[in-house]
Design a binder for this molecule. Structure first.
Ligand SMILES: [Mg+2]
Length: 447
C-alpha cells in the first residue's frame, strides 16, 4: 500500500460567500453575517470585511467599528444548509469515505490516491474545487498531506480559493515555522505552558524531549502532539459520530434570587444552545436544565418529547418549566441548558422561509439604511405575526421576482431584485404595506 493522501476541503468565508452568491450586488463588498443585538457575534465575514480586521466569533459591535461600511445581514441557515448539502454531495461522489467537520468543511481520503504522485493529487484537488464551484458557485480551498493534520494546515495555507499539496519531503519545512497553536489539541493552556519552556513553534515542539513534553501535558496528549509535530498522523478519515447534545451554561457573578431573573437566564441559555442546534441541522427531543445552588449542590431536570423540535419558543417553554422545578431556595449560582436526543432530518419547520421574531406593532420602524433589529440567530417562531420589513428579508414581487430588503423605515421599503443567476439587480422602493410584496423562501435566492 502506498503513502496516504488525506484531503481537507474548506469553503472560503462560507456564510458571507453564500450571501454574496445569492445577492450579487454584494459580491465585491464587505459583508458580515450575524445579529445586531448586544450579545451578537459575527457568524461570518467576507474577505473584503476581513481586510479591516473583522473575524468570525468577534462581537458584532467591535466588527462594525472596524468595518463601519460593511453590510450586516442576518444568518440564513436554510440557505447555508442547502449549499452545504451540495458540497457534501460532490465530495461523496469523489470519495467513498467522507468525514464532515462542519457545514463547510470535510476530510476525505480517496482510495485512488493511495501512493499517488504529487501531480496526481494536485489534479484531483483541482478537479474537486472545480466540481464544488460548478455545484454551488462558491469558492473552496483544498489542502492535501499525509494525514489529517497536514491536510488541514495545507487548506489553511491554500486560502482563499486555492490548492496546496504538501509533499512528504517538505512536511518538516511546512510545519516547523508554524505556531504550536496550529496543532490539534493545543489550546491556550497548553500554549502558555509551552511558551514558558520557550517553545513557540511546531519545529521547537518536535525537537523537545518526549519526557519533558509528557511531563507538561500528560502522557496521552504529550505523545500525540510530539508525533503530530513531526508529521506523524495515522488518524483515520471516518464518518464522525455526530454530537450527542448541544448545550450552554453560565455562572453568575452574584447569585440569582428572583425567579424572573432565572427565567431570563434560562431563555438566554436555551437560545445559545438552540443556535448550535440549528448549525447542527438537527432537532432535539430532550431538554435538560441544570441548576447549581449558592451552596454548590447541583440538580437537573429533563423532559423528553416523542418528536424532535427546532422551535425556540417550544424549547424555551420546556426549559423554563423545568427550571421552576429545579430552582433551590437561597439563590442560583449556575444555569445550564442542554438539548439532546438529537435526530436528523428536522421537520420542515426549521427551513420555513421566515424564522422570525414577532415585533410589537408599535415598534419604531428603523431609519433608512439602519439595519434595524435583527434576530441574533436563526431563532424564534414562524412568522405568522406581521412585523416590519428588515434588511436581509427575502421577498417576492409578482412583476420583479425574488429580492431582498436593503432598507426599511418611515413606511417605505427598498428592495434589491436579484438572485444567484440574475447578476446585480435594481433597487426599487415601495410602500411598506404594498400587498404585492410578500415574504419569500430564502432558497428562492438560489434560482
Ligand atoms: Mg470555511
Amino acid at each position: 500500500m502506498g503513502a496516504r493522501w488525506v484531503l481537507h476541503l474548506d469553503m472560503d468565508a462560507f456564510f458571507a460567500s453564500a450571501e454574496q452568491l445569492t445577492r450579487p450586488t454584494l459580491r465585491d463588498r464587505p459583508v458580515m453575517v450575524g445579529g445586531l443585538g448586544p450579545r451578537a457575534v459575527v457568524a461570518g465575514a467576507s474577505y473584503q470585511a476581513r481586510v479591516f480586521g473583522a473575524r468570525s466569533a468577534m462581537p458584532m459591535g467591535q466588527a462594525r467599528r472596524l468595518c463601519p461600511h460593511a453590510v450586516v445581514l442576518p444568518a440564513r441557515f436554510a440557505l447555508y444548509q442547502a449549499l452545504s448539502e451540495r458540497v457534501m454531495g460532490v465530495l461523496a461522489d469523489a470519495a467513498p469515505v467522507l468525514e464532515p467537520v462542519s457545514l463547510d468543511e470535510a476530510f476525505l481520503e480517496p482510495p485512488v490516491l493511495a501512493g499517488a504522485a504529487v501531480a496526481d493529487v494536485e489534479r484531483f484537488g483541482t478537479e474537486l474545487r472545480a466540481a464544488v464551484r460548478d455545484a454551488t458557485g462558491l469558492p473552496a480551498s483544498v489542502g492535501a498531506g499525509s494525514g489529517k493534520q497536514l491536510a488541514k494546515i495545507a487548506s489553511e495555507l491554500a486560502k482563499p480559493d486555492g490548492l496546496r499539496v504538501v509533499a512528504a519531503q517538505e512536511e518538516q519545512a511546512v510545519l516547523a515555522p508554524l505556531p504550536v497553536r496550529a496543532l490539534w489539541g493545543v489550546g491556550p493552556v497548553a500554549e502558555a505552558g509551552l511558551r514558558k519552556l520557550g517553545v513557540h513553534t511546531i519545529g521547537e515542539l518536535a525537537a523537545m524531549d518526549l519526557r519533558e513534553l509528557t511531563g507538561l501535558l500528560g502522557t496521552a496528549i504529550g505523545t500525540e502532539l510530539h508525533r503530530l509535530a513531526r508529521g506523524l498522523d495515522e488518524r483515520p478519515v471516518a464518518p464522525r459520530g455526530a454530537a450527542k447534545q448541544v448545550s450552554a451554561e453560565t455562572t453568575f457573578d452574584t447569585d440569582l434570587t428572583a425567579m424572573t431573573a432565572v427565567h431570563d437566564a434560562v431563555a438566554r441559555m436555551t437560545e445559545a444552545a438552540h443556535r448550535r442546534l440549528l448549525v447542527s441541522g438537527r432537532a432535539a427531543r430532550t431538554v435538560t436544565v441544570k441548576v447549581r445552588s449558592a451552596d454548590f449542590s447541583t440538580s437537573s431536570r429533563s423532559e423528553t418529547a416523542g418528536s424532535g423540535s427546532t422551535d425556540l419558543d417550544t424549547l424555551t417553554a420546556v426549559a423554563q418549566r423545568l427550571a421552576r422545578a429545579a430552582v433551590p431556595e437561597g439563590g442560583v449560582r449556575l444555569i445550564g441548558v442542554s438539548l439532546a436526543g438529537l435526530i436528523d432530518d428536522p421537520p420542515p419547520a426549521l427551513f420555513e422561509p421566515a424564522r422570525l421574531e414577532a415585533v410589537p406593532a408599535e415598534a419604531p420602524a428603523p431609519e433608512p439604511g439602519d439595519p434595524g433589529q435583527q434576530p441574533t440567530d436563526g431563532s424564534a417562531a414562524i412568522d405568522t405575526i406581521a412585523r416590519p420589513w428588515r434588511p436581509g428579508d427575502d421577498v417576492r414581487h409578482p412583476k420583479h421576482g425574488h429580492g431582498w430588503v436593503q432598507g426599511a423605515g418611515h413606511g417605505r421599503v427598498t428592495v434589491r431584485f436579484e438572485t444567484c443567476s440574475t447578476g446585480p439587480g435594481r433597487a426599487r422602493t415601495f410602500a411598506a404595506d404594498d400587498p404585492d410584496l410578500v415574504r419569500a423562501d430564502p432558497l428562492g435566492s438560489l434560482d
